[in-house]
Design a protein around this ligand. Structure first.
Ligand code: SAM
Length: 296
């Protein structure tokens, strides 16, 4: 049986609970339930009185959450669905209004570590990177079928690989077909000057992998679609809490709430994890939390 410390370590839990929970008998939708850490925390914080809808597009990860949280209560519902279809989930459950939506836009530890789905450059795995294994666009397709310009643009914009995007795209195209994560790492390595590889604090493939993952899962489009749907289902006073890990994600979220008269942005400046949390969980270091209240 998996122990607590084996699970994905949920980020900024206290901050989310303090900011998002407005009533303990409310209905809260965890749009990115992953292994269920935040769902569990919400349920326990509300002393078992809340209803929690745990949604994730990755059925493998959601199965872990379901097993982990099953014995807590029937008041936690699990739903395999993309958050951009959140309207269908809510209607499917026969609900009209809810009190909070949570989005945690990172990648789960399960996806990164052990599933052979190509999210990580630390293991040699097939190039997949789909959060939803039923969708058709894989990392292999992006890497092998996109034009060099399309690849360069994605790596530049989504990977924020400003100086070397073109060189990386050129190296990828030159080495096609690329079938595994290690082959992709090698193509990136060949594109970067030795000095640059040594200079970087993070692994030199991090940004390109991130860019391809964002493209495969259409992450930015999906966030916008989901945001547009939330207000239809929020009770007045209900809140949306979003953890972002990428400056473009944060920009989308910030602009959305700033320019929407139906919301009051409760966090004019984003909240960040404490130094202690970053020390204990370095993956939280680039996290920002923004919270908005639906004012009708
Ligand atoms: N909050 C979780 C916890 O505390 O255990 C971890 C969530 S993990 C960082 C992010 C999750 O979002 C992943 O499990 C991933 O499958 C899910 N995800 C990514 N894109 C999604 C989408 N479009 N719809 C629903 N879930 C999505």
């Amino acid at each position: 049986m998996r122990q607590y410390h084996d699970y994905h370590r949920s980020i900024m839990v206290d901050e989310i609970l303090n900011q998002m929970i407005t009533k303990k008998d409310g209905i809260y939708v965890d749009c990115t339930a992953g292994e269920g850490g935040h769902s569990k925390a919400i349920f326990e914080y509300c002393e078992g009185n809340a209803k929690v809808i745990a949604v994730d597009v990755d059925y493998e990860v959601l199965e872990i959450a379901e097993k982990r949280l099953k014995e807590l209560s029937e008041n936690i519902e699990f739903f395999k669905a993309p958050y951009q279809d959140i309207d269908l989930v809510i209607k499917g459950l026969g609900l009209k209004k809810v009190d909070g939506f949570l989005m945690d836009l990172g990648v789960s530890t399960f996806q990164l570590k052990g599933v052979g789905r190509g999210f990580t450059f630390m293991n040699d795995e097939p190039l997949d990177m789909r959060m939803d294994t039923q969708s058709t666009l894989t990392a292999a397709k992006v890497v092998n079928e996109y034009s060099e310009k399309e690849l360069a643009d994605i790596i530049f914009e989504y990977g924020q690989e400003f100086r070397f995007a073109r060189r990386i795209a050129d190296s990828i195209v030159y080495r096609r077909p690329i079938n595994t994560t290690f082959e992709l790492v090698e193509a990136i390595r060949k594109a970067l000057p030795y000095k640059e590889i040594n200079r970087r604090k993070r692994h030199f493939a991090t940004q390109t992998f991130q860019a391809i993952r964002i493209e495969v899962n259409k992450e930015f489009d999906n966030i916008k679609t989901a945001l547009d749907k939330f207000e239809r289902f929020l009770n007045v006073g209900g809140r949306v809490a979003i953890l972002t890990f990428h400056s473009l994600e944060d920009k989308i979220v910030k602009h959305y709430f700033k320019n929407n008269e139906h919301y009051k942005l409760l966090t004019k400046k984003p909240l960040y994890p404490t130094e202690k949390e970053i020390e204990e969980n370095p993956r939280s270091r680039s996290t920002k939390l923004r919270v908005a209240e639906y004012i009708g």
